[in-house]
Design a protein around this ligand. Structure first.
Ligand SMILES: Cc1ncc(COP(=O)(O)O)c(C=O)c1O
Length: 385
């Protein structure tokens, strides 16, 4: 058989009906205890499973499915996307190391980097996500052990030169970790691009229904083992129902992403033409300054993008536009079935902050024309206010 598409892997990976009375979906085992037939087996950890927190057929099904999608040795499920970030970083850094993070880093990830890493003796340095590789090299030291990327940044959507960064990191003996929540395994081949650690907030597209908090983090070989051991050492595990819901979401992820992508592009193209809009931050559009990097590295775009409104527009008018939308909920997160709108809050330290209000849209899976009609009437409200 020729190489199987990721769309097909998403529908089949992690299924084990032979061991489950022919039932395709995995059983949801609620357990802490796993009994052994005798003390010798208990003492020697015989048997496939040892203890609920360490793994069950339920957790294994989800983790194996996501690992199959990424084509990597091991993926660990953790209780949130943020926990995937912290686990991926803490598994590979140690006191005395230096680690580089993009200024566009997801906000809660930034809080972790600023508050936790200094306490364990890791020097965290923020870099401009659009910096050239040679500028980035200038920030490295002999102690650099990790370069973290988020491409695109999930608020301002700068694309990063993954190839250049991976080459630089590896030449310095450092690892590269990527938050791939935007691209997902479907649109961005993390390990094919030489990245060492993948991080994905499964809360978003994998679960897909805004009802689960889960994260995935993993890698190959020794890196994959280090991540698994770290998660075990600090006691991370995910409740069985959340595993089940995440895996159920995964089955339809290719379809949902396709619709979300189409809606996102249609909305971004319409919004970009409006006179009040001074910046469109969607890497899949030709107007994006790093569109060439998206085109080189990605096979699709998700439904999350931002735009910048002219700084001269009154706050009340912007609020009128957002508050009057009927199909876009005002709220955090993304990757679910429903469209959302929110506003960026910035904690930049080394790169420019956009001038004007940054509105972020998540295009869900609704009908494209309905979403367009809603955003059009929203802009009308802004003009009338
Ligand atoms: C890019 C990115 N990474 C990670 C996270 C964290 O995910 P969670 O909310 O599951 O902790 C988010 C959440 O919005 C995100 O946007």
């Amino acid at each position: 058989m020729t190489k199987i598409s990721k769309n097909t892997i998403a529908t089949h990976a992690g299924l084990n009906p032979k061991d489950n009375h022919g039932i395709p979906n995995p059983p949801v085992y609620h357990t802490s205890t796993i009994l052994k037939p005798n003390l010798d087996d208990y003492r020697n950890h015989r048997g496939q499973y040892d203890y609920g927190r360490l793994g069950t057929p339920t957790s294994e099904a989800t983790e194996k499915a996501v690992a199959a999608l990424y084509g990597c040795d091991d993926i660990v499920a953790v209780p949130s996307g943020l926990a995937a970030i912290t686990t991926g970083v803490l598994a590979v850094v140690k006191s005395g190391d230096q680690a580089l993070f993009p200024d566009s880093l997801y906000g809660s990830g930034r809080r972790f980097v600023e508050n936790v890493l200094p306490r364990i003796g890791v020097e965290a340095v923020f870099y401009d996500p659009t910096a050239s590789v040679s500028d980035l090299e200038g920030l490295t030291t002999k102690n650099t052990s990790l370069i973290y990327i988020e491409t695109p940044g999930s608020l301002t959507f700068e694309m990063q030169d993954t190839k250049g960064i991976v080459d630089l990191a590896h030449a310095k003996g450092a690892l590269v970790a990527a938050d791939n929540t935007w691209g997902t395994a479907l649109y961005y081949d993390v390990f094919g691009h030489g990245i060492d650690i993948v991080i994905e907030a499964g809360t978003k597209y994998i679960s897909g229904h805004s009802d689960v908090s889960i994260g995935f983090v993993g890698g190959n070989g020794e890196v994959g083992k280090a991540i698994r051991n770290y998660a075990i050492n600090i006691g991370l595990c995910v409740a069985p129902d959340d595993h089940y819901l995440a895996l159920r979401g995964l089955r339809t992820m290719p379809l949902r992403m396709k619709q979300s992508e189409q809606n996102g592009l249609a909305l971004a193209r319409w919004i970009e033409e409006q006179p009040e809009v001074v910046g469109m931050l969607h890497p899949g559009l030709e107007s994006h300054p790093q569109h060439h990097l998206w085109k080189r590295d990605f096979t699709g775009s998700c439904g999350l993008f931002s735009f910048i409104l002219d700084a001269g527009i009154a706050d009340a008018a912007v609020d009128a536009m957002v508050n009057n939308l009927k199909l876009f909920g005002i709220g955090a997160s993304w990757g679910g079935f429903e469209s959302l709108i929110s506003e960026g809050q910035f904690k930049r330290s080394v790169s420019a902050r956009p001038n004007g209000r940054v509105i972020r849209i998540y295009a869900g899976v609704e009908d494209t024309d309905d979403l367009l009609a809603d955003i059009e009437q929203g802009f009308e409200q802004m003009r009338k206010a």
